[in-house]
Ligand binder design. Structure first.
Ligand SMILES: Nc1nc2c(ncn2[C@@H]2O[C@H](COP(=O)(O)OP(=O)(O)OP(=O)(O)O)[C@@H](O)[C@H]2O)c(=O)[nH]1
Ligand SMILES: [Mg+2]
Length: 185
């Protein structure tokens, strides 16, 4: 079956409208995923509890409609991440930069996820989160611990962030939108 080209399809693409872009927020439990989702959506710090299942919110950002899925990161929930992979334009992987004990687990989960066929074309944005905390690893240290330079054939970036202070989030999302726009046109 051929692809269907409709007026709205083609011109919507050219003008960057009418697009719904699916983004997943993944990472270990407590990394700050839900805090980031609502900080981006409402501009506020919300009180969170561990996510069992998911939160999904729609965000209008620079002409684009983003469907952002924030999945629970607890060990027992991680096997379900893969149920959400199809049609994902980008993954935002959030790391608690103070959690040195579990950075290797975060790295393993990241690389397992990125091997999945459905995510081969997805861009990757990593937030080295909780930079407001003393002793937080720098973005460079997190990048090294996650072996990000091993990634081939993928657009990726890492940005230092504090969801509590609202720092780095817009910078990260701006980078992601530029990549997604380039790839979808
Ligand atoms: N200091 C600091 N605390 C943060 C930051 N981001 C999130 N937190 C706190 O970290 C805790 C966990 O945040 P959540 O957003 O619930 O974490 P999560 O990744 O959604 O966790 P799960 O839903 O269990 O996967 C909360 O107490 C947040 O307030 C940050 O940038 N700095
Ligand atoms: Mg959560």
């Amino acid at each position: 079956m051929g692809q269907v080209f409709s007026f709205t399809n083609i011109f919507g693409k050219l003008w960057g409208i009418d697009k719904e872009i699916r983004i997943l927020i993944l990472g270990l439990d407590g990394a700050g995923k839900t805090t980031i989702l609502y900080r981006l959506q409402m501009g506020e710090v919300v009180t969170t509890k561990p996510t069992i299942g998911f939160n999904v919110e729609t965000l209008k950002y620079k002409n684009l409609t983003l469907n952002i899925w924030d999945l629970g990161g607890q060990t027992s929930i991680r096997p379900y991440w893969r149920c959400y992979y199809s049609n994902t334009a980008a993954v935002i992987f959030v790391v608690d930069s103070t959690d040195k004990d579990r950075i290797d687990i975060a790295s393993k989960e990241l690389h397992t996820m990125l091997k999945e066929e459905e995510l081969l074309d997805s861009a990757l944005l990593v937030f080295a989160n909780k930079q407001d905390q003393p002793g937080a690893m720098t973005a460079a240290a997190v990048s090294q611990a996650l072996n990000l330079t091993d990634l081939k054939d993928r657009s990726w970036s890492i940005v230092a962030s504090s969801a509590i202070k609202g720092e780095g989030l817009t910078e990260g999302l701006d980078w992601l939108m530029d990549v997604i726009k380039d790839e979808q046109l």
